[in-house]
Design a protein around this ligand. Sequence first.
Ligand code: ZN
Length: 208
Amino acid sequence: MNRLLKENGRVLAFGAHPDDLEVGAGGLLARLAAEGAEVTLAVVSIPTNAAIRTAEAKAGAEVLDADLFILFEEKQCRVEDIAMHELVRRFDQIVGDTRPDLVITHSANDLHWDHGLVNRATVSALRRTPCDLLAFLSSPEMNAQARGIGQCFADISTTIDTKIAAIAAHKSQGSKLDLESSRDLARAMGRISGYGYAECYEALRVRI
Ligand SMILES: [Zn+2]
């Protein structure tokens, strides 16, 4: 990934819902943006409270210094309400538009059904695109089941506060998003990887 940072690369991150990317990958996304990468967040759907959650998604992206696309902005729905071929078609478009060097997405092992669907659509959309692909594991749905296979750690010591601020932008989710838990998880991942704070990723495709 160091090569990517030096070359001022393009990063595309897929999240099923507003706040998923801030919680799962906010530290690394903020770090890549700070180091000169062009970071794009692609949020797939907004299931409820469209106006409020759209505003929060914009605020979160701004904190991370990332561009934001809401892929199915016109209809308020869950990811599972969208046909897989339609999901992949839309992912294809944004991959074509952003030409990413690195893509970050949900893990196939994530227990949330919508999150798993986004993983499947991401892998399908990248079938002809040469890029690195990481799946984030720092999600409440993943904590209990780290696999220990292909894991890598991103040092987010310089951006942990930015990550927490980006999560806090999702005010309507306040009761669900425990900011201290996110900080504790990053510290715990830092402890096992030798960083102050870290996020854990599955390396699904990495060019070295
Ligand atoms: Zn979600």
